[in-house]
Design a protein. Structure first.
Length: 276
């Protein structure tokens, strides 16, 4: 039972992998030659089908084909594999570039928000220094003691007018600090929303982690990863087609032997009963 099902399983696997390779390759080539995408789709599809037919033909009739024809078909099949792999690489790299571009735009937008937030942080730092300055100056209830910012001299006064002025300035500073904290919190929320809603960051997150772990740029890591996929994808499809041919030919041979043995056994049995 296993021997009978295995060829069909291999054939289905070959069909599925080949179909995926054809789709990615044809789509990638059509994007590369966008000016004549329909013509490229027809041409690439016919070449992909021919490649699989050639692979089966070479396996089944290798010893019977003319050497020159066999050489040409082998070179053509390998060349088509490279073309398919190039189309797959173009499709996957294009998908990555689209995601990476969106991620870069989101990063720039987030950077702009962080820059504005940093300005508010600098203003908040200056206002906190003023808060300390006025608080220390007004700490004594009977007199005011502060350092003049221009002359850097220590000034001591009991003027009620000066106290009212500095108290008013202190309240203004407190109000500014409250507004700045509120603005910084708003920008914190905006940055957090951008990071949470950014699907591109989640998609590229594993690649960024791998690139950071290897100490490489993310584009190089993606390029190596795509090359690994390309080196496996279409060659595996062709090998599965050849394996399906092998499995079916072997299964057919066993079936013929079994039918021959059954026929021979039935003839012997008939003769035995006739003699008896």
């Amino acid at each position: 039972m296993k021997n009978r099902l295995l060829p069909y399983i291999i054939a289905l696997s070959a069909l599925f992998v080949s179909s995926c390779a054809v789709f990615y390759s044809v789509y990638g080539l059509s994007q590369l030659f966008a000016g004549a995408s329909k013509a490229v789709i027809v041409m690439a599809s016919s070449l992909e089908i021919a490649k699989l037919v050639v692979a089966s033909l070479l396996y089944q009739y290798w010893g019977e084909l003319n050497r020159l024809l066999r050489l040409y078909l082998t070179v053509a099949c390998i060349t088509l594999m490279f073309i398919t792999s190039g189309g797959i690489y173009g499709f996957l790299s294009g998908a990555y570039q689209s995601t990476a571009t969106k991620s870069e735009l989101m990063d720039k937008h987030t950077l702009m928000l962080q820059t504005k937030q940093n300005r508010f942080n600098e203003q908040l730092k200056a206002e906190k220094e003023l808060l300390i300055y006025y608080t220390e100056a007004l700490s004594n209830p009977t007199m005011i003691q502060y350092v003049d910012r221009e002359t850097q001299q220590l000034i001591t006064t009991t003027s009620s007018r000066q106290r009212k002025l500095m108290t008013s300035q202190l309240n203004e500073v407190k109000s500014n600090i409250y507004m700045l904290n509120d603005s910084i919190s708003i920008y914190d929320m905006k940055i957090l929303e951008k990071e949470v809603s950014n699907e591109e960051v989640r998609e590229l997150g594993p690649l960024k982690y791998v690139a950071k772990s290897l100490g490489m740029e993310m584009d190089k890591v993606v390029n190596y990863f795509l090359l690994l996929i390309v080196c496996v994808f279409d060659p595996l499809a062709v090998c599965l087609v050849i394996a399906a041919n092998f499995a079916f030919s072997r299964n057919t041979t066993k079936g013929e032997v079994y039918r021959y043995f059954s026929d021979w056994t039935s003839i012997f049995t008939k003769r035995y009963y006739i003699k008896k």
